[in-house]
Ligand binder design. Structure first.
Ligand code: HEC
Ligand code: HEC
Length: 344
């Protein structure tokens, strides 16, 4: 009797300490910015489509959350506990009542060489010649693209580590209704040919994937200035004009939200633009409108003057668009020169 009571007390106590994680709250915190709060997709692909849920195992979802897609936008979440990851998967599953699938872990045997030919013919136009994925990611909402959902990278180590051969095969057999990914059985490929393609996709594991410029990880560029706030603003104006940008306006941070009197005069914002660059960048991807025109902030705090700006390269990584990466790399280099010029 005594034993039973202690047991119950321990259960209650430990229950109170480790309450089951709230999958919905965790999803909203970690995933919804990209995948949408109901999983309808955004920067990330849709997760609530029955055809998707029906083609992935829990194992695949858990591994994907754990390892992410290195070099793509999908982050890795190594710090979440198993219970938290499980709760997120449970939440994703709660959007549909599709039964959970399990795939036979046996590798699919196929002819890699044949597979490559088939891949180039049937897959490369969307997934890229070497499986590196379509330009951009997720759902396109900012402009008309050839595809409403951008094809994910298949040569990605995170994808390959998460997906079993049978899962890939199943996706090829059935496609994903409601996305541009069609059934290749319906399209006329034979099962043997599908096996060949799976073998080829698996062979991407041997290819080393070069990650996007690592130094671009700092999302903010910072430089300390040896000058006063006013001098630094003057130097910056000159440095910006020297690089053929036009100063659009200079104002205080918060101007426009706060009244003139409440504005912090120790935080100056310079807005500037190079119209050629602006049009070039917008034609590559209109979402760059989010960070154009260019802005640099000059902040004085505790007698120290700091120049800060967002790193265009780090923003560009959000879109996985090679052409945009190049343009933004140029912009990051220019920003660095401007910041240096103004603070030296
Ligand atoms: C910063 C944006 C971002 C965040 C945050 C994010 N994802 Fe993703 N996710 C993506 C993108 C983009 C892809 C597509 C991968 C590609 O393009 O290669 C993706 C892919 C996935 C896939 C694979 C989908 C498929 O078709 O196989 C799953 C599953 C997934 N994410 C789940 C999650 C979960 C769960 C979270 C939160 C724990 C999360 N993601 C957080 C952007 C994000
Ligand atoms: C018309 C464009 C298009 C073609 C052609 C195409 N795919 Fe896809 N594929 C997609 C899209 C878009 C998705 C993402 C679907 C989603 O959001 O669930 C996808 C998803 C996949 C997935 C699942 C990846 C993941 O992260 O979940 C695999 C595997 C795949 N495709 C392989 C192939 C192979 C192999 C071929 C050629 C036999 C092919 N695809 C042809 C557009 C395409």
């Amino acid at each position: 009797m005594f034993r039973v009571v202690t047991f119950v007390v321990v259960m209650v106590l430990s229950g109170a300490v480790t309450a089951a994680p709230d999958g919905k709250a965790l999803f909203n915190k970690h995933c919804s910015v990209c995948h949408g709060s109901e999983g309808k997709g955004g920067v990330g692909v849709p997760l609530s489509l029955p055809s998707f849920i029906n083609s992935v195992s829990d194992e695949y979802l858990k591994k994907t959350i754990r390892v992410g897609r290195p070099g793509r936008i999908m982050p890795a979440f190594p710090k979440l506990s198993d219970a938290q990851v499980g709760a997120i998967v449970g939440h994703v599953r709660s959007w549909t009542d599709v039964p959970v699938v399990r795939f036979d872990p046996t590798p699919v045997k196929g002819d890699e060489k044949q597979g490559k030919e088939l891949f180039l013919k049937h897959c490369a136009q969307c997934h890229g010649e070497d499986g590196k994925g379509g330009k951009g990611t997720g759902v396109s909402f900012s402009r008309k693209r050839d595809l409403p959902i951008i094809a994910p990278a298949l040569n990605n180590p995170g994808f390959l580590a998460s997906a079993s051969d049978m899962m890939i095969k199943n996706t090829l057999l059935n496609g994903r209704e409601g996305t541009p990914m069609n059934s290749f059985l319906a399209a006329g490929l034979k099962e043997k040919e599908i096996n060949d393609v799976v073998a080829y996709v698996r062979s991407f594991e041997k290819v080393e994937v070069v990650p996007v410029d690592d130094k671009s990880n700092d999302s903010i560029l910072v430089e300390y200035s040896g000058y006063t706030l006013e001098e630094t603003v003057e130097n910056l104006t000159l440095a910006i004009e020297n690089k053929n940008f036009k100063i659009i306006r200079t104002d205080y941070f918060g101007y426009g939200f706060a009244g003139e009197a409440e504005v912090n005069k120790k935080q100056v914002v310079l807005h500037f633009c190079n119209f050629d660059f602006l049009y070039q960048a917008l034609s590559i991807d209109p979402r760059v409108g989010m960070f154009l025109p260019c802005r640099v902030n000059v902040v004085e705090r505790d007698g120290e003057v700091k120049i800060m700006t967002i790193n265009p390269m780090s923003l560009s990584k959000l879109f996985n668009n090679d052409a945009l990466n190049e343009a933004c790399k140029e912009m990051t280099d220019l920003y660095k020169e401007i910041l240096e010029d103004a603070s030296l």
